[in-house]
Design a binder for this molecule. Structure first.
Ligand SMILES: [Zn+2]
Length: 292
């Protein structure tokens, strides 16, 4: 089996423009106020998970969201962010389990591990499809995601499956390029985690070194390659400075080896993946258009 990455889109998300891209110089709290005040919606953007096929097994990176997100009572009434600041649409057949079955893959038997980049609801919503599968997630950020602080900032631990006990990993492996630490997922070292904090503390990205090209499964470290190239930090970041340092590290990594950047909500990601289009930094003086 050669190494292959396949997108799995679990529906769509719309968000405020101020969430997609925050204002330079604004702190984490100010950015959230900007989202509340903003009247401009952007999207819909895909909610992407990824299937990584590797000789040592198949990995699923993030699980997308669930059709239950649109069911009365699923989102907590006391947290207006979920209902007023973001719109999620997932059909039952778009959930990751159905799509894997459609690809002839049994989530219970054919997946070596599910890997979570972080614990936001649109990455954990499909966990119900994996009760018999090893689930790996970053240790940093897990306790917070389970706490009240997590519930007010994009996590729905009250909707996690009762069996959910992820194998928590520390990124205590060797440095890789601009990333000071890593964590291998395969014995051959071609699939590994790197720290990409900012969007949330403890956020990780999954790096897959394929044949002559590397895939960078960015989670929400950046919402889109254009944002990465322009150094634009999102509006929900827990730490704008850490987010910017992460964007610079990703760009530096992609300057060192041909890399296809695959964020979880970039509509152009699947096309770049199919075309093998690697990241090219912005040319000095070039104008980067702001997506509508
Ligand atoms: Zn997120």
């Amino acid at each position: 089996m050669t190494i292959r990455v396949t997108p799995i889109q679990t529906g769509w998300a719309r968000m405020k423009a101020a969430q997609k891209c925050g204002q330079d110089g604004r702190g984490a709290f100010g950015r959230k106020l900007d989202i509340i005040r903003d009247t401009i919606w952007v999207g819909p953007f895909p909610i992407l998970a990824w299937l990584v096929e590797h000789p040592e097994g198949r990995f699923v990176v993030d699980t997308g969201d669930t059709a239950r997100n649109g069911t009365p009572g699923y989102l907590p009434w006391w947290n207006p962010f979920f209902r007023k600041m973001v719109q999620i649409k997932v059909a039952p057949v778009e959930e990751i389990g159905f799509q894997l079955h459609g690809m002839g893959i049994d989530p219970a038997r054919d997946i070596a591990a599910v890997v979570l980049t972080h614990y936001h609801h649109d990455h954990t919503g499909g966990l119900d499809h994996f009760p018999h599968t090893r689930v790996i997630g970053p240790r940093e950020g897990y306790q917070r995601a389970r706490s009240f602080a997590g519930k007010v900032s994009g996590c729905l631990p009250q909707r996690w499956p009762t069996w959910f006990r992820p194998e928590l990993v520390d990124l205590d492996g060797p440095a890789v390029g601009p990333f000071g630490r890593s964590h291998p997922l395969t014995r051959d070292g071609r699939v590994f985690l790197v720290p990409t904090p900012g969007h949330v503390a403890g956020h990780v990205a999954v790096v897959v070194r394929g044949e002559g090209v590397t895939y960078f499964l960015a989670g929400d470290a950046t919402y889109a390659q254009d944002d990465l190239r322009a150094g634009r930090v999102d509006g929900v970041t827990a730490d704008p400075a850490a987010s910017l340092a992460t964007l610079r590290a990703i760009a530096a990594f992609a300057a060192d080896e041909p890399t296809v950047i695959l964020p979880a909500h970039d509509p152009d990601g699947p096309r770049r993946l199919a075309a093998g289009e690697v990241f090219a930094p912005a040319r000095p003086g070039s104008c980067v258009p702001v997506p509508a």
